[in-house]
Design a protein around this ligand. Structure first.
Ligand code: URA
Length: 238
């Protein structure tokens, strides 16, 4: 939503409205890296990066962060014993209300979406929304050709709970093959338990996509960045 720059800066507690005018005239306020000289003009804090003296302001209505989770980190907001995905956020992306939209196990790596947009998180996670989450898994035994059909039929877990039909395909053959799995729901340890039904252990598990948004190859484990407008559109946000 468009807002006057002086109103936005005063709302952020950066300056009073008249000080905001001075900061702009002095060329200390930038929008997407370009000096913004007139504080009475409007900007869109949801799509533009506003900085004062080179420090970006965190004034978007919601944040959407793609994080590459390493092993050993919990998909939780806070934990007294282990680092959490929120602990990995740099200062300029920290704020109250952020949480991981969906959990990966401590030993799973890959894409965690961190946001403060409750309705979006709910939609991404609700099985009835059919939002696809895609994983790569390394198996402890050779490939069984029946796996794709068994997953497509909906696996019944050891406790009798049934999983929705899902996709499972062979990516790389060998003694420890790699499989690609696509789920639209997120039951506790779901992939490990689904393969467990057929006698497999998972040696490595990595999530590389949520709702058509791919984990950015340029993000090393532990790194994060905000989603682009294109990626947000893929998740149904304009
Ligand atoms: N399935 C699992 O077993 N673990 C995860 O972290 C994600 C899906």
């Amino acid at each position: 939503m468009l807002q006057r720059m002086d109103k936005l800066l005063s709302g952020q507690g950066v300056a009073t409205r008249s000080e905001a005018g001075r900061l702009c005239r002095q060329g200390r306020v930038t929008v997407d890296g370009v000096p913004f000289l007139n504080a009475a003009q409007k900007v869109d804090p949801d799509t533009q990066t506003i900085a004062v003296d080179g420090t970006p302001l965190n004034c978007k209505q919601n944040l959407y962060i793609m994080l590459h989770k390493p092993q050993g980190v919990l998909s939780a907001s806070r934990d007294p014993h282990a680092p959490t995905v929120l602990d990995l956020l740099p200062d300029h992306l920290r704020r109250r209300g952020l949480f991981p939209a969906g959990r990966l196990d401590k030993d799973t790596t890959g894409f965690v979406l961190i946001t403060d947009d409750g309705p979006l998180a709910h939609r991404l996670l609700a099985p009835k929304s059919h939002v696809e989450k895609r994983y790569r898994a390394k198996l402890d035994k050779p490939w069984d050709e029946r796996l794709p059909a068994l997953f497509a039929a909906g696996v019944t877990l050891e406790d009798g709970d049934t999983c929705a039909p899902s996709k499972c395909l062979l990516l790389e053959d060998g003694d420890n093959p790699w499989a690609e799995i696509t789920l639209t729901e997120g039951k506790y340890h779901q992939i490990k338990r689904m393969f467990g039904v057929f006698g497999y252990n998972i040696l490595r598990l990595h999530r590389f996509s949520i709702g058509g948004v791919l984990l950015d190859d340029a993000l090393k484990e532990g790194d994060c960045r905000e989603l682009t407008a294109k990626e947000l559109a893929l998740l149904g946000k304009k």
